[in-house]
Each structure stands twice: as structure tokens, then as C-alpha cells.
Ligand binder design. Structure first.
Ligand SMILES: [Zn+2]
Length: 469
């Protein structure tokens, strides 16, 4: 075993240059925490390398950052408790590696002392050489770190550019100067993803509405054409009957006169039934508005394109919790059952079914948007997991002492009451007396029935008129 000192361990190259020191400071502190946790490991005797000093230096350099190799604590290795005459001045952990490094260098340049004999094989151990070896300048880790901060600087620059230019680009997009693809270039991260989803959704909704309106328009046109043709036929027939009477120089025959009279009456019936049908339809429109306004305020129907839940600021719970379970319950259980066994198996089954039906119908509305479908699935998942949580809580409560079980029940009652209060204040479903509700439903039903009769009358009038021409 060589006891000669490697000159590289004591030479002036040991002094880290200023830049290096600063660069490594953060890492030193960060790793210091772990060093202290594993402190007791140093009570075990380390294995000494028997290779010559060149090899141990190479080994230390190659494993400088290896957590299982480097010294567990920032203490002088000569202070390890198993030693006969341990170093006392540096036995307590220091915050920095270079404190120990300077201590060892000083002892060494003074020719060693009682605790640190120069011929001690410990000088060739991994731990001591580690303290005496300057940190390698570039490791893959530090290189990644340097690169990472450069990337974040780039991101920062892009973000600043985006904020400056986005407003301008949005204006150009609105004015049709640039297209969506060009506009997208000014967006990053969340904003960019959101824009892409929004435009896709908007395009889909626009296409659906266009095709729906197209088919409604076609149907109305066909109906209008039929009706117009019927009227034209009636006018033409009347014209014919009247001319027949005069062109022959004779007075119109009695048969002719009768035909003219019935045609004129059919025409009048057609007009009247049409007017009453349309009047009832207009009334129905008003009533429909009243019915909707009974559940929501005036702003909902006309001023927004939001769903009922959105308009009332409701969002499905996203975290799995007992509170979430009760929020679900306010929407999924009839209010007449609110005072019953809200957590029972049967109650939970009904809620599952209700939510499944809701999600199924919503899924049709959002067809084509993966994101929306995923959000709907999340709602079901959150509810199912919250149900499980309640079930587990119930099972645990059954095992508790009467006092413990009562505490659990009280806690659940508190959560359920809070959910009910939130529901009542959000949706305001009971803001009018029931009689008001009944009158509204009566008016609506009366008009609906009257309109149905008027429409039937109109169809009969049309059939009669058609039979005459
Ligand atoms: Zn020491």
C-alpha cells in the first residue's frame, strides 16, 4: 500500500475557481439534507480501497455524485466513532463540503497530527479522497440543469412575445386579416390547446345547426308551397267557374253557383283555421317562455346559450369526498326523498341510474369531442368513488363505539345539510307559491289542447278544399 501522497490532492489546483463555487452552491445545500438523514450509517467501518492512489482518484471522480458511495455526512472521516483517537474538531456535520476539504488539506500540509497520521491508510479511502477531490466540472446532471434553465429562458421569451402580440393577432383574426392557423402561432401552452379545442367545437356546432336549420327550412318551404298551391288552385277554379258562366252569355248555372259558394266557404275556413292555429302557436310560445322562467330568471332563455347548470354556476364535483357525494345527491335524488335514507344501497343505485342516463344524453350532445366525453366519464368516476368512500365510512362506523359512530353520523348530517343549503340558494326552485305553479301548468295545457284542435281543423279544411279543386 502506498503512503505517498498524490500531489494532485494537495496542489493549488484544488482551489475551485469562483464561478464553479457559485454554480455548485445550490446543489450542495440541496443534497445536504439527505446527508444528514443517513448519518447513522457512518458508524459502520468503511471499506478501504487497496488500489493505488491513481485508481482511487479515478474511482472517486467516476462516482462523485453516486448517493450510495459519497460520504453520508459532511464530517471529517478521521472523526468516525470507531477510530481509536478520533478527530474532534470536525466531528459535527458541516453545511459545506469545502469546510472538511480545507480542514484535511491544512492537516496534511502540516505533516499530519495525532488524529490524522499521514501514514494512516484512511487517506486512501474513498471518503477522504472524495473530500479532497474538487467537484467534476460537468456531469450529465449539471449539463441537463444548465440546458433546462436555457429552455425556460426561451419559454419566457416566447411568453413575453405572445402577450405582446396576442392582442394584435386576435384583432386581425376577428377582422379576417389572418386565419386561425396564423393566429395559433401567437399562442402557447394552455391557451393554444384551448383555442384548438374551442375552434373545433365551434365548427362542429355551427355545422350541426346549419344542417338542422336547413332541414327545417326545407320542410317549411314544402308546407308553404303545398298551401300556396292549394290557394292558387282554389282561385283558378273560382275563376274558371265564373268565366264559364259569363263567356257562354248565359247566367251561371245553379250548379256553378253552388260550386262557387262551397269553394268560397272552403277558402274562408282555410283562412280562419290557419289564423287560429297560428294564434295558439304564438300563445304557446309565450307559455313556454313562462314555464322556463318559472325555473330560471328572464336572463336565462334569451340572454345566454348556456345550459341550465352552467347558467347557475354549477360544476360537477371533481374531488372524491363525502361532500362531493352529497352534492351529487342534491341533483340525483328527488327532493321528496331528501329526508329519507340518502346513503342507503337503494338510494345509491337510483343515483347511479340517474347519472348514467344524464351522461348518456349529454354524450350525444358532445359527440366528436374527446375532451368533453372524458369530462363526462370523470363525473361518473368521481361519483362512483365518492359512493365507495361513503360505503367504507359506514362500514367503519358500524365497528366503532356508539359515541364514535354518532360522531360520524353527525358529520354526515352536517355535510348533507350544507349540500342542501347550497342547492336551494343556487337554483331557487321554491321561490313561488305552488298555486302559481299550478296556474301556469293549467294555462299551458289549455293552450296546447286548443292549438291541437285548431291544427286538426285546419287540416280538415285543407282536405275539403283539396277535394273541391
Ligand atoms: Zn479531522
Amino acid at each position: 500500500m502506498s503512503t505517498a501522497l498524490d500531489p494532485r490532492l494537495i496542489g493549488p489546483m484544488h482551489q475551485n475557481d469562483e464561478d464553479d463555487e457559485e454554480f455548485f452552491d445550490a446543489e450542495e445545500d440541496e443534497e445536504g439534507e439527505e446527508d444528514e438523514e443517513g448519518g447513522e450509517d457512518s458508524d459502520e467501518e468503511p471499506t478501504y480501497s487497496t488500489s493505488d492512489s491513481d485508481d482511487i482518484v479515478k474511482e472517486v471522480k467516476a462516482n462523485f455524485f453516486a448517493r450510495d458511495r459519497k460520504p453520508k455526512r459532511m464530517v471529517c472521516p478521521f472523526s468516525y466513532p470507531f477510530r481509536a483517537n478520533p478527530c474532534l474538531s470536525h466531528a459535527e456535520p458541516k453545511s459545506r463540503k469545502d469546510v472538511i476539504e480545507k480542514h484535511l488539506l491544512k492537516v496534511k500540509s502540516n505533516g499530519g497530527d495525532e488524529q490524522h497520521h499521514l501514514n494512516d491508510p484512511l487517506w486512501q479511502s474513498f471518503d477522504v479522497v472524495w473530500f479532497l477531490t474538487p467537484r467534476p466540472k460537468f456531469t450529465p446532471k449539471t449539463r441537463r440543469r444548465a440546458k433546462g434553465s436555457a429552455q425556460s429562458r426561451y419559454y419566457q421569451k416566447r411568453k413575453e412575445k405572445q402577450e405582446k402580440e396576442e392582442a394584435d393577432a386576435k384583432r386581425k383574426l376577428d377582422e379576417g386579416i389572418i386565419g386561425e392557423d396564423e393566429y395559433k402561432k401567437y399562442l402557447i401552452g394552455d391557451k393554444r390547446r384551448k383555442f384548438i379545442v374551442e375552434t373545433a367545437t365551434e365548427r362542429r356546432v355551427r355545422a350541426e345547426m346549419q344542417s338542422q336549420m336547413e332541414s327545417v327550412r326545407e320542410e317549411m318551404e314544402t308546407r308553404l308551397l303545398d298551401e300556396r298551391k292549394l290557394r292558387d288552385d282554389i282561385e283558378k277554379k273560382l275563376q274558371d267557374l265564373r268565366t264559364q258562366g259569363t263567356s257562354s252569355g248565359n247566367r251561371p248555372s245553379a250548379e256553378n253557383a253552388r260550386a262557387i259558394a262551397s269553394l268560397e266557404s272552403a277558402r274562408k275556413e282555410l283562412d280562419d283555421s290557419k289564423i287560429s292555429d297560428e294564434t295558439y302557436k304564438e300563445l304557446l310560445q309565450d307559455h313556454a317562455e313562462n314555464v322556463v322562467n318559472f325555473w330560471a330568471d328572464d336572463g336565462f332563455l334569451e340572454a345566454t346559450d348556456q345550459t341550465y347548470l352552467e347558467y347557475h354556476g354549477f360544476e360537477w364535483p371533481q374531488d372524491v369526498s363525502a361532500a362531493s357525494f352529497y352534492t351529487f345527491a342534491t341533483l340525483l335524488r328527488p327532493r321528496s326523498d331528501w329526508d329519507g335514507q340518502i346513503r342507503s344501497d337503494s338510494s345509491r343505485r337510483h343515483m347511479q341510474k340517474e347519472l348514467r342516463e344524464y351522461v348518456e344524453s349529454e354524450r350525444e350532445n358532445v359527440a366528436g369531442s374527446d375532451e368533453d366525453v372524458a369530462a363526462l366519464n370523470d363525473i361518473v368516476q368521481t361519483f362512483t368513488s365518492s359512493c365507495d368512500l361513503i360505503k367504507e365510512g359506514e362500514a367503519r362506523a358500524a365497528e366503532m363505539s356508539p359515541e364514535g359512530a354518532q360522531r360520524w353520523l353527525d358529520e354526515q348530517d352536517k355535510l348533507w345539510n350544507a349540500a342542501k343549503v347550497t342547492f336551494q340558494s343556487r337554483f331557487k326552485l321554491d321561490s313561488q307559491p305552488p298555486l302559481h305553479h299550478f296556474r301556469l301548468v293549467n294555462d299551458f295545457a289549455d293552450t296546447w289542447r286548443a292549438q291541437k284542435v285548431a291544427w286538426q281543423t285546419h287540416l280538415t279544411a285543407r282536405a275539403q278544399a283539396t277535394g273541391l279543386v
